[in-house]
Design a protein around this ligand. Structure first.
Ligand code: GLU
Length: 492
């Protein structure tokens, strides 16, 4: 435990400009665990790789976490007792620690050039060996090292990993892990530009920041022994490890940038709700131990338990997410739905004078993901071309002939409704009156009417609702067009 036995977790993203779903889930579990334990959730920006720097990338991290409801207790822009929380602002803190390791023999200066290393790597590969730094510079005498430093020779500092024995640790998800030391390479701690590597900085920072539980991607499982050797060299307490299996599309495929399914922003752009995404993401790799599926963030905090994290890769099933999303939309406050759906209506209906409130009422239950909305309502803006076959419906007992009679029946009724009385109630009453009088079945009239004014078999709302939304002029125009279509089909 950290200061006063408090649990301290951290999310330590590199600012790449995008938030991968796997990263977001790592943040979520760190957040949930810290909250659950009444501890602290810390945000640390790992930007020591200057070549990978992307403008605006830290804002993406802040906005995503805040947008998802994960406010950090300490971090850049909110501060805290162990800052700064951006690694590039800590850059002078690392070298003294590396030098301390050099003094105790746990690290050493290395002056090998890129070129020399490449040659040795290629030679090793030719021999069919995995290249591992050969401790070449470890044999330099202190005087030789000093002479090179005095001459300003570029250097890195490497860890001096043991070559015999094993290093073990316990991971709260993966259990007991043991690695033979001869597989550990002498990783670089300080780079030629003076910056620490991730491999070094994470140890120094996790220690200085009092991190008690390191939760991160499973890709770090096999480097962790090297980190533990560093903790031991400094005489520091090793944190608890919670490595998280990756989030995959299915058992063979990663989520990918190219397929547009890897990043948080991909889903926001498609019109998934943050709450639905977080809810589902929590369940990709963890389960509450019963069959509950719906959780607010507070409820997740309440039930979260590290013991229920899975060791198997988490499969991120978009269909399942879509199902969650539809449920969240259904349960959503109507005003919020209206505000959210409006820009999607606008894509195909802007300036058409459609009653968005009424349309939203018809659409809320049917919306699974917002990006599907434009296609579902586009017919209101422009009558799609359709085939006369749509007028044939067995159950409704209609065919083109019946449809012709039906439209001829409807047209004068609708013409007689004044524009200012163009309401669903009036449309309903007048049409039903006429249908009863005619002796036709409701479906025989209303099916053709709906086809004529929508041009498609499946619509939000029925004939009356659509006629109301279209307004009188457009409704009549479409009916006449339908009659013409039926007529030319008859003649053909
Ligand atoms: N900066 C590392 C990454 O983005 C963080 C890994 C860790 O949590 O220690 O992968």
């Amino acid at each position: 435990m950290g200061m006063n036995g408090e649990v301290r977790t951290r999310f330590a993203p590199s600012p790449t400009g995008f938030m991968h779903l796997g990263g977001l889930r790592t943040a979520l579990y760190n957040y949930l665990f810290a909250r659950k334990m009444g501890g602290k959730f810390i945000l640390r920006i790992e930007d020591t790789d200057q070549e990978r720097y992307v403008e605006g990338a830290t804002e993406v991290i802040y906005d995503t976490l805040r947008g998802c409801g994960m406010q950090w207790d300490e971090g850049p822009d909110v501060g805290g007792p162990v800052g700064p929380y951006i690694q590039s602002e800590r850059k002078d803190m690392y070298l003294p620690y590396a030098k301390q390791l050099v003094k105790t023999g746990h690290a050493y200066y290395c002056f090998c050039t890129e070129c020399e290393l490449r040659q040795r790597r290629e030679a090793a590969e030719k021999r069919g060996e995995v290249f591992k730094y050969d401790k070449h510079c470890l044999s330099l005498t202190p005087e030789e090292v000093q002479a090179k430093l005095d001459a300003g020779t570029p250097y890195v500092i490497r860890q001096n990993a043991p070559t015999e024995g094993t290093t073990s640790y316990h991971d709260l998800v993966y259990g007991d892990m043991t690695f033979p030391n001869d597989t550990l390479d002498d990783m670089v701690l300080i780079k030629a530009d003076g910056m620490p590597t991730y491999n070094f900085a994470n140890v120094i920072d996790d220690h200085l920041m009092g991190i008690t539980h390191v939760m991160r991607g499973a890709e770090y499982l096999s480097s962790t022994p090297k980190y533990n050797l560093l903790y031991e060299a400094f005489g520091w307490e090793v944190p608890q490890y919670v490595h998280l299996p990756s989030v995959m599309r299915d058992s063979h495929h990663k989520l990918s940038k190219r397929d547009g399914d890897a990043y948080y922003s991909d889903y926001v752009e498609k019109g998934y709700l943050t709450e639905a995404l977080i809810n589902y993401l929590a369940l990709v790799g963890w389960n509450p131990g019963d069959d509950r599926e719906f959780f607010t963030m507070d409820e997740l905090v309440d039930v979260f338990d590290v013991a229920r994290l899975n060791k198997a890769p988490g499969i991120f099933d978009v269909d399942k997410l879509t199902w969650f999303n539809a449920e969240y939309i259904r349960r959503m406050d109507f005003d919020r739905y209206l505000a959210m759906v409006t820009p999607w209506f606008d894509r195909v209906l802007a300036g058409k004078g459609i009653d968005y409130t009424r349309l939203a009422q018809l659409m809320q239950e049917r919306t699974e993901v917002f990006n599907r909305v434009p296609d579902m309502v586009a017919f209101l803006g422009k009558l799609p071309e359709y085939d006369v076959d749509l007028y044939t419906h067995k159950k409704m007992k209609t065919n083109p002939e019946v449809a012709t009679t039906a439209l001829e029946l409807c047209l004068p009724v609708l013409e007689n409704i004044p524009e200012d009385a163009w309401s669903e109630a009036n449309l309903h009453d007048r049409l039903m009156e006429k249908i009863q009088e005619s002796g036709m079945k409701n479906g025989q009239v209303l099916w053709p009417l709906r086809i004529a004014i929508s041009g498609q078999a499946s619509t939000p709302g029925g004939a009356m609702e659509i006629a109301y939304l279209l307004g009188k002029d457009e409704t009549l125009r479409r009916i006449r067009e339908g009659m013409k279509l039926l007529e030319s089909a008859r003649e053909a």
